[in-house]
Ligand binder design. Structure first.
Ligand SMILES: [Zn+2]
Length: 194
């Protein structure tokens, strides 16, 4: 009897730890993920969805919707768009989550576009370094030579004049160069190599 009990104990231990989860286990975790998502615990939901995604041999189509929607809540907008589109491609208008999928696809696309726009804005801002708008002018008086196009150096006996290397003797900088100069980015090298 004692032998039998320990045998069953061992057997059940073996079943719960040593085996690949059954199909129903995957569906149970998918449902759990859905409940967590609806309850607003998106991180916990993500863990359940990822477990199913990574381990289940054939991924249920509904998971594409669930994972796509949860990705929106986690601000992974591009990922959300991809999965929701996949769901809509596979199920068409007949899917039980059709309306929601369309709705969240719209949300994610909007957010994604918004993000892209602000990213582009940041990038061009960094490139042009347009901290100073130059008052709408395309040229600014060179801050080094004050528009004279020449700078002077105190020599041992007298003052030497020299063409301003920043504005190359013109006395003006383009608005872009003006910004670069103000930010300390424009070096003599940049100015001379053009
Ligand atoms: Zn100058």
């Amino acid at each position: 009897m004692k032998f039998l009990i320990s045998y069953f104990l061992l057997f059940s231990l073996f079943c719960s730890y040593g085996q690949v989860p059954s199909e129903s286990e995957y569906y149970r975790r998918m449902d759990l993920g859905q409940q967590l998502m609806i309850a607003g615990d998106y991180q916990a939901a993500q863990i359940e969805f990822l477990f199913v995604l990574e381990n289940m041999e054939v991924i249920p189509t509904d998971l594409a919707y669930l994972f796509g929607r949860n990705s929106f809540h986690l601000a992974s907008y591009k990922q959300s768009v991809n999965w929701l589109n996949k769901y809509l491609q596979l199920k068409g208008t007949k899917g039980q989550y059709y309306q929601e999928a369309i709705q969240y696809l719209q949300f994610s696309e909007d957010k994604y576009m918004e993000l892209q726009r602000s990213l582009n804005q940041d990038q061009s801002n960094a490139l042009i370094a347009s901290k100073y708008d130059c008052g709408g002018l395309s040229k600014m008086i060179c801050p080094v030579c004050k528009g004279s196009g020449v700078i002077f150096k105190q020599g041992i006996f007298d003052i030497h004049y020299q063409t301003c290397p920043y504005s190359e003797g013109e006395g003006y900088l383009s608005c872009k160069d003006y910004n670069l100069f103000m930010m300390g980015v424009l070096t003599l090298q940049d100015s001379l190599s053009r």
